[in-house]
Design a protein around this ligand. Structure first.
Ligand SMILES: Cc1cc2nc3c(=O)[nH]c(=O)nc-3n(C[C@H](O)[C@H](O)[C@H](O)COP(=O)(O)OP(=O)(O)OC[C@H]3O[C@@H](n4cnc5c(N)ncnc54)[C@H](O)[C@@H]3O)c2cc1C
Length: 497
């Protein structure tokens, strides 16, 4: 693989050898690791130090094991539709370890009056690509189906301004399709309030379809024809997702292993940042003197960045503080298959808010990928809270257990006690891209660009999914190198090798 460093002419004997650049990366989640890795990949002489507050890298991404079970504490797969994570896996040598979702179970269910009904085949996120499954689904009333089909004739929106997911879907497909299908499907992914969620920031492909084709159904059918039906099915959407055989932790471990050992500093919570006379100062909690760096990449959650940057640029800190966060708790449950009276043949189910239940979604994690549960057993992950029920995510473990198991008894016919029940808390950890988010991000980026040798990365800006975090880290690294002119002689794309 060629690197940027190898494309730059070596210094001649009468040229002064420039001192190696010292770059600080704050935050050892996927975004920060991707940034540190990209810096070293493009400039192997760079002295990179990555500061991570906790005693492990990976941040939100974490995989744990217990007697035959493989448990994902947050993300359990990533999309290959966007190339950045897959491309990184290839470059760090773990592409061969990626496994696809089990084709036998590529479907999801929606709760309707306490029953689990399959999502109509061909319904991808918020638009149908096939007619017959919609005609026959018991999820919608006849009136709801007619209104959904009427989408074909709903005039194109004239305004180019952002709108909420709820506004787009109700406008085009009607209230019923929104309440019974789209709200739970999207709510399950973003744990968001669809009345606030920006479509431009989260589902721009649908904005584009309306703009280009005047109708989402027409646009989906056009896409289906163009891909000769390959993209039409709900199952086809799941075919885009992969995970490392050993779990998502493998991705961060492989990234960390590519960095020289002196790069990563664990247990190093950054308390203060400042910029003086062409250099950045990083102060670690409990350490008296700050450390000096030429460049700085901040890859921590938005609310942490807000705090750290207050002393550097109040305006930037204020803008970052405008990105709001929600949270959820994930109940991870191991059961025997014969404990479930209703055996789902799918990856999981989502729960519409109108059903007034206390869980957002349930994932049959061990049906998605092999090797997640012992023979004859099932690994379930149940999501609680989100932007619409924040009070539930914070319930004490015992109350959460009673609530979740109660729901599973009603919905899946769970009997007896699970083999284990763990709670993973992600309170205030999920950025919410509200209407106007892209404008806010533009303002943040404009303000950040005024700071010398500085870049931001992380999931609070241009995508929460794993591929987007990789892209944010890599772009930050490339921007830092470009700011010093080092990247001028080779484009990042060329340097990928
Ligand atoms: C429950 C859940 C399920 C998800 N499922 C999926 C999925 O299936 N697919 C998918 O693509 N995405 C999924 N995501 C999203 C994705 O996992 C995250 O967006 C991504 O991992 C975030 O990475 P990050 O590096 O930007 O942030 P983080 O992982 O939050 O990393 C930030 C790091 O900064 C550190 N830090 C904080 N403060 C300081 C400080 N002062 N000094 C030093 N270090 C500090 C933190 O300890 C942390 O390690 C999910 C997220 C959640 C919560």
């Amino acid at each position: 693989m060629s690197t940027l460093a190898s494309t730059i002419d070596p210094p001649t004997s009468d040229m002064a050898i420039p001192a190696p650049r010292r770059v600080a990366v704050i935050g050892g989640g996927l975004s920060g690791l991707a940034a540190a890795h990209r810096l070293r990949e493009l400039d192997s002489g760079a002295e990179v130090v990555l500061f991570e507050a906790t005693d492990r890298v990976g941040g939100i991404l974490a995989t744990t094991r217990r007697e035959g079970w493989l448990i994902e504490r947050s993300a359990d797969m990533f999309s290959t539709r966007e190339p950045w994570a897959l491309d990184l896996c290839r470059r760090i040598g773990i592409a061969e370890e990626l496994i696809e979702t089990d084709a036998r179970f590529r479907r999801a269910y929606v709760v309707r009056r306490g029953k689990l009904i399959p999502v109509p085949e061909g319904f991808t996120l918020l638009s149908p690509a096939r007619v017959w499954p919609i005609v026959t689904t018991p999820l919608l009333s006849l009136r709801g189906k007619v209104r959904l089909a009427w989408e074909y004739f709903v005039p194109r929106r004239e305004s180019a301004s952002d709108e909420s997911l709820e506004s787009l879907v109700v406008r085009r497909f009607g209230r019923e399709a929104f309440d019974r299908l789209v709200q739970p499907l999207i709510g399950g992914i973003y744990t968001a309030d669809p009345a606030k969620l920006s479509v431009a920031a989260t589902l721009p492909q649908f904005v584009e379809l309306e703009r280009e084709h005047g109708s989402l159904i027409r646009g989906m059918r056009w896409k289906q024809a163009a891909s000769r039906g390959k993209e039409a099915g709900t199952g086809a959407r799941y075919a885009q997702f992969v995970a490392p055989r050993d779990g998502m932790q493998r991705l961060v471990d492989a990234l960390a292993a590519r960095l020289p050992p002196e790069v990563i500093r664990l247990g190093a919570p950054v308390e203060r940042l400042s910029h003086h006379a062409e250099c950045w100062e990083v102060t670690i909690r409990g350490e008296a003197s700050p450390l000096r760096f030429d460049d700085l990449i901040v890859a921590v959650p938005g609310h942490v960045a807000t705090r750290l940057l207050q002393s550097v640029d109040q305006q930037l800190a204020d803008l970052l503080g405008k990105v709001t966060y929600a949270g959820c708790s994930v109940a991870v449950i191991g059961v025997r298959q014969d404990q479930l009276a209703r055996q789902l043949q799918g990856f999981g189910f989502v729960v519409p808010a109108i059903e007034r239940r206390s869980i957002i979604a349930g994932s049959l994690a061990s049906l998605k990928f092999p090797g997640r549960a012992p023979e004859g057993k099932l690994l379930l992950r149940v999501f609680v809270g989100g932007a619409l029920q924040p009070e539930l995510a914070g319930l004490p473990d015992e109350e959460l257990r009673t609530l979740v198991l109660g729901e599973l008894r009603e919905l899946l016919g769970l009997t007896g006690e699970p083999e284990f029940f763990e709670v993973v808390r992600w309170l205030g950890m999920m950025p919410q891209y509200h209407v106007g988010h892209l404008d806010l991000v533009s303002q943040i980026e404009t303000q950040a660009a005024k700071l010398p040798h500085f870049a931001l990365a992380g999931n609070s800006l241009r995508g929460v999914g794993v591929p987007f975090c990789v892209r944010s880290g890599e772009r930050a690294a490339e921007a830092i190198l470009a700011s010093r002119g080092a990247a001028a002689s080779a484009s990042p794309e060329a340097a990928r090798g």
